[in-house]
Design a protein around this ligand. Structure first.
Ligand code: NAD
Ligand code: DAU
Length: 335
């Protein structure tokens, strides 16, 4: 990558972070340092087979200045993914979401300001709130911020900090807001891996409320290629929405998974709804496609789901211990 030789990836042991690190190692010559607190959501196993001379894992907190400042100073580029990422957890206990997502981003921004490093902030479409199920509109870079949950409000706060540091201090930053990712190494607390592993355990997919809510699915490899495209060609100070035209209701996704796994399509359960549940997300990603020439590779959601099912079949040793703890917490909430 031109000008990108030493990349610090925060949250690089998480789902998207680990897939992104693999993408960078495969598609560039850059050396990568991962800074990750190794919370319950981390999977250092996902980095274990990458070459040791290309990838180094540092265990630490993005909200800790003493850890962050010297690390940032030793890199030309920072890609910031570290976050508390699960909406349901943010409803149970918002505090870590404020500390990591808001304070952590502030600490990193101060460090890149001092070191004059390039910064890319990985954010979410949830900052825009939700759309009605019958609304033909999609989110664009100009949609007003209207977050619903403690998670999305904390991510919205972090986006505002990044823009303020660009404007006030000339920090060289870009932002991307992506829709729902799926693929290998996603924690079993999230919708698609939860339902795949429920079926693999002989139980039924569990849909919140009436299951009609819509998410806009993108394969994690397409998110990684979008991030690399923005790092290489993105304009400083700009925001890019990332999406792959993958709108489906939760019910439609559950039915696809059941069919692909050889079970009757109506073999699911409706359970207690999420408080404040966002109805629909939908991304218009024309700016990224037209200005930077990015295209998603996974056009067919069912094909991506079939690959993901096979991955979870082959990685039971990784997900089984996480599954037990996750399902105990959901059961306590009637979900
Ligand atoms: P994840 O929960 O799988 O991984 C998060 C990683 O961050 C974990 O490895 C965790 O240990 C680490 N982390 C948490 N707190 C930390 C701290 N204080 N210091 C250092 N590391 C810390 O999350 P994900 O799904 O991979 O999401 C990654 C990023 O992408 C997040 O910023 C999220 O908001 C954003 N995003 C996610 C999606 C999605 O669909 N999952 C979509 C759009 C944007
Ligand atoms: O849109 C991007 C966001 O997508 C990211 O910013 C978040 O980090 C990521 O977690 C994801 O947020 P969601 O809340 O949309 O994802 P989740 O997988 O938790 O839920 C997806 C949908 O499925 C949502 O409508 C809630 C529903 N759901 C979820 C679970 C876990 C169910 O119906 N049943 C379930 O068991």
């Amino acid at each position: 990558m031109p000008g990108v030789e030493r990349v610090l990836v925060t949250g690089g042991a998480g789902f998207i972070g680990a897939n992104f690190v693999r993408h960078v190692v495969t598609h560039t010559d850059a050396r990568v340092t991962v800074l990750d607190k190794l919370t319950y959501a981390a999977s250092p196993e996902a980095l274990a087979d990458l070459p040791a001379d290309r990838v180094t894992l540092v265990t630490g907190d993005v909200a800790d200045t003493a850890t962050v400042d010297p690390l940032v100073a030793a890199h030309d580029t920072v890609v910031h993914l570290a976050a508390e990422s699960h909406n349901d957890n943010s409803l149970d206990d918002p505090e870590p979401f404020i500390r990591t997502n808001v304070v952590g981003t502030y600490v990193l921004l101060e460090a890149v300001r001092k070191a004059d490093a390039r910064f890319h902030h990985v954010s979410t479409d949830e900052v825009y709130g939700d759309l009605a199920l019958d609304d033909p509109k999609r989110f664009t870079e100009d949609t007003p911020y209207r977050p619903s949950s403690p998670y999305s409000a904390a991510k919205a706060g972090s986006d505002h900090l990044v823009r303020a540091w660009v404007r006030s201090f000339g920090v060289r930053a870009t932002i991307s807001n992506c829709s729902n990712n799926y693929g290998p190494w996603q924690h079993v607390e999230k919708f698609i891996p939860r339902q795949i592993t429920e079926v693999l355990e002989g139980r039924r997919p569990r849909l919140y409320g009436d299951g009609q809510q819509v998410r806009d699915w993108i394969h994690v490899d397409d998110h990684s290629s979008a991030l690399l495209t923005i790092l290489e060609h993105g304009r400083i100070g700009e925001t890019y929405l990332v999406g792959a035209d993958g709108e489906r209701s939760n019910l439609e996704v559950a039915r696809s998974l059941l069919r692909l796994m050889g079970r009757p399509e109506d073999d699911y359960e409706l359970v207690a709804d999420r408080a404040g549940h966002d109805q629909r997300y939908a991304i218009e990603s024309g700016k990224l496609r037209l200005e930077l020439g990015w295209q998603p590779r996974f056009g067919d959601l069912d094909g991506g789901l079939a690959e993901t099912i096979e991955w979870y079949r082959a990685h039971r040793d990784w997900w089984a211990p996480r599954k037990a703890a996750t399902e105990a917490a959901y059961a306590a909430k009637g979900q």
